[in-house]
Design a protein around this ligand. Sequence first.
Ligand code: PGA
Length: 248
Amino acid sequence: MRNIMKVYLLESPGRIARAVLEQIKETLSEIENPVLGLATGSTPLRLYGEMIRDYNNGGFSYKKVRTINLDEYVGLDGSHPQSYRYFMNENLFDHIDIKKENTFVPNGVAKDLDAECQRYSKLVSDNPPDIQILGIGSNGHIAFNEPGSSFDSTTRVVDLTENTIKDNSRFFDSIDEVPKQAISMGIKDIMKAKSIILIATGTSKAKALRRMLTEHYAEDSPASVLQMHKNVTIYADESAAHLIPEAF
Ligand code: PGA
């Protein structure tokens, strides 16, 4: 049976970032050793900006927080400017009081990638995030779980689709430089989070958002698995939400 997902429609990505920050602070401040699941890409950037602003203004402290990221490109180490470890350091971790050793991102250059995936999956099982932040791909992916990914998948090496390589090429000098594989937290791992916040902004997300909300859940629409999670909140701006039927 489907669970009810709360959907908040706010007028701008900035309003969404502030609302999500409030939800994070409210939830994490009640937990002794909170775990926050984080994402990369354009979507969470405003949120991270708000977290830094709030911290600099004497707001929330991250000293006791552990973070677990969703994914990392295979072949890029943390010093590579396009790696997700680098992204997280640059856009969040270096600007707040979190202990670096409490921040987890898969190691995309591990000698034994399968062992790294197993280690990461266990890390998630042992420390399920109190909140997991998610974006959604224009093809409906969550993390790098592309359409067709099993809902039973755990952390593993995945091949990126042409669609995702094209979407992500904007961060690289040329499309040929985009890695073709990533380590991705699996769908089963993501579903272990105690609560999930999915953020969708911009028209490129409209079809995927409508699909995940209004069609029956199916593995060719990875985000639709969230219909089966007990605690999901979706924040969308008007351009991402414009295809959702009014009666929804
Ligand atoms: P984006 O990616 O935030 O860069 O649009 C979202 C995603 O692919 O999950």
